[in-house]
Design a protein around this ligand. Structure first.
Ligand SMILES: [Zn+2]
Length: 600
């Protein structure tokens, strides 16, 4: 929208305040200098963990102290570097800290194996020791890991091989991101552009069907040429998950992966079952999409173009802050007053500047503000991003203020819940406040597409991931034919009669990096579902439910993630939260259909 400014020309109140972390580079250097001393104090515990409960307590405390200081030093260096990635002083600082931290990581890598190797009776004594009561949860986690840990020489072999075992993924990644070249296409302005992973969705959002079609065909025709190579890389990764699970005596690769967060298998199966039971609402949406585009049936390249164009209104930063603040009012007084602090005490780096890291994130440590990096551009999407990132930051703020350092960091499984809850609050607020029809339609279209993308699509992926692991565990080879055939079948079950069967999409598995991530994608769907359930009860105005939600924000990692959510009133082992999210979807599609005044 504007010419990109130099960082020095941006007013201070639009920049984050890192001086609460360190007032100067000298101060940072002084802390950096303390790391070696702390490391040596920690290394003194090596070989002694079996001696006494008090000694183990001291070792764990020292480990926390080292971790906490490392995080503080790293946070400053990484935020500073993202302010202006072209600044060589910033770059030197972050490189320095990264190499120091990896050196420390190597030096302390004996700790967990030594703990795991302690004799059973010593470990059980520790679990019951009052001196170690504070670390009980951590020790219980180690015990859970212990039952799936192999003998020391076996672990060593696996450790040595781990880099080699990741070769299929590395091959895929290099091939897909660096070597693979897509054709040059024309966009709707007639301008020639090379198709890339980055602009593929932009092409699919174009209003001109011919442009969308050309991008879709080019993408899949390109992957089709390498079907056997890509089947081999995916199959290799799935095999390594399966072998690892078998060696560690897990019943399946899925069970092994879920054990990391101590998530029961029910959660995964229940998600798939519930989403499948709500597929008719998705088919209704496809029907609405087809009708509003004036088509009998949709092609696969008619999925991402917005049904309602985003209005050109430019939202000032002051308005963005006000909207997010107003939207969060149902969160209560304390939440709002912390939010006010976030704006006033400069947690947020607002504007784009030359060299600044692109995108948006929330980041910080136990001893800093939970900062937000933005590249605010005045669009409605940008306001949603602000609500989202502040959701992460508020989660961190509450956990940091209510947990000891050791238990403050919440797990990936719940990481997107608070951010999405905030987005939902903003959505409801904007919908209520605005009477303008096309603005409302745009909002509803935005939400419908988000739920389709995060819950329906990710669950389809989760189902595919489960299927290919099961086939591998049953010694069935994952050839390109097997992958394509099964993907196409699943895909058509998730798309119903209003979407044309297009054989090209059978190759979609080949371009999704997440299939290499060992059962990651289902967390998008469960996280969104939890957020939909929370936002509904918060807006409903129940003081008790709000209290429970704030309890979730405060809990950090003091309990297993599923328990944290359950205490707050969302039980992901039951169908209710996923149902709530998909009922919201059905309701939104219904409203959008009325808004677009298309008879059904
Ligand atoms: Zn996020």
């Amino acid at each position: 929208m504007h010419k990109i400014q130099e960082r020095k020309d941006i007013p201070n109140d639009m920049k984050w305040d890192l001086s609460v972390l360190y007032r100067s580079n000298d101060e940072w250097m002084a802390d950096f200098g303390k790391l070696d001393g702390l490391l040596n104090e920690f290394l003194a515990f090596k070989g002694k963990l079996g001696e006494s409960a008090t000694l183990l307590f001291d070792a764990l405390k020292k480990d926390d102290e080292l971790d906490r200081l490392s995080e503080k030093i790293y946070t400053y260096a990484h935020l500073k570097s993202d302010e202006d990635t072209g600044n060589s002083r910033n770059l030197a600082r972050i490189e320095r800290v990264e190499s120091k931290l990896s050196e420390i990581e190597g030096e302390i890598s004996w700790f967990e194996p030594e703990l795991v190797a302690l004799p059973e009776e010593v470990f059980d004594k520790y679990l019951a020791a009052p001196e170690l009561a504070f670390y009980k949860r951590t020790l219980e986690d180690v015990k859970r890991t212990k039952s799936h840990t192999l003998s020391a020489p076996e672990e060593r072999v696996l450790g040595v091989l781990s880099d080699t075992l990741s070769t299929p993924y590395k091959t895929f990644s290099l091939f897909s991101n660096a070597d693979l070249k897509f054709p040059v296409l024309k966009d709707s302005a007639g301008e020639k552009k090379e198709l890339t992973h980055g602009n593929y969705i932009k092409f699919l959002e174009e209003p001109d069907r011919k442009v969308r079609k050309s991008a879709f065909s080019a993408m899949y025709d390109t992957y089709e040429k390498y079907r056997n190579t890509l089947a081999a890389t995916l199959s290799g990764t799935v095999k390594s998950h399966a072998v690892n699970a078998k060696l560690r005596k897990f019943p399946s690769a899925l069970a092994a992966s879920l054990d990391g967060d101590n998530i029961p298998l029910d959660v995964y199966d229940n998600l798939i079952k519930t989403v499948r039971s709500k597929l008719p609402a998705l088919f209704d949406y496809f029907e609405l999409r087809a009708r509003s585009l004036g088509l009998k049936k949709l092609d696969m390249f008619d999925m991402y173009n917005p049904l309602v164009p985003e209005s050109n209104l430019e939202i000032s930063w002051a308005d963005a802050c006000k909207w997010v603040f107003e939207a969060c009012k149902p969160m209560g007084d304390e939440y709002c007053s912390v939010l006010r602090t976030a704006f006033k005490s400069r947690w947020i780096d607002v504007m784009e500047n030359k060299g600044k890291k692109s995108g948006a994130y929330s980041s910080g440590c136990y001893d800093s503000f939970p900062y937000v990096l933005m590249n605010y551009n005045g669009t409605l999407n940008s306001v949603f991003t602000l609500a989202h990132e502040l959701g992460h930051s508020m989660h961190s703020w509450y956990s940091n203020h209510h947990q000891d350092f050791h238990y403050a960091d919440y797990s990936i499984f719940v990481a997107e819940v608070a951010s999405t809850t905030n987005e939902m609050l903003l959505y409801e607020y904007l919908l209520k406040k605005n009477k303008d029809k096309s603005f409302r339609n745009y909002l509803m279209n935005h939400l419908a597409d988000e739920i389709r993308g995060t819950v329906y699509r990710q669950t389809m992926f989760a189902e595919f991931e489960k299927l290919i692991h099961e086939k591998t565990e049953a010694s069935e080879p994952l050839t390109a034919d097997v992958l394509c055939e099964n993907y196409l079948k699943l895909h058509s079950e998730y798309h119903g009669g209003f979407v044309k069967a297009d054989k090209r999409v059978a190759m979609e598995w080949a371009r999704i990096p997440h299939f290499y991530y060992d059962f990651y994608v289902y967390k998008y769907a469960t996280g969104f579902s939890a957020a939909a359930a929370f936002s509904k009860s918060i807006i409903g105005g129940s003081a008790e439910k709000l209290h429970a939600y704030l309890g979730f924000l405060k809990a950090g990692d003091s309990m297993d993630s599923l328990d944290v959510l359950r205490h707050a009133g969302v039980d992901l082992s039951k169908p209710a939260p996923v149902k709530a999210a998909l009922d919201k979807f059905a309701e939104t599609v219904e409203q959008l259909s009325e808004g677009l005044s298309i008879a059904r």
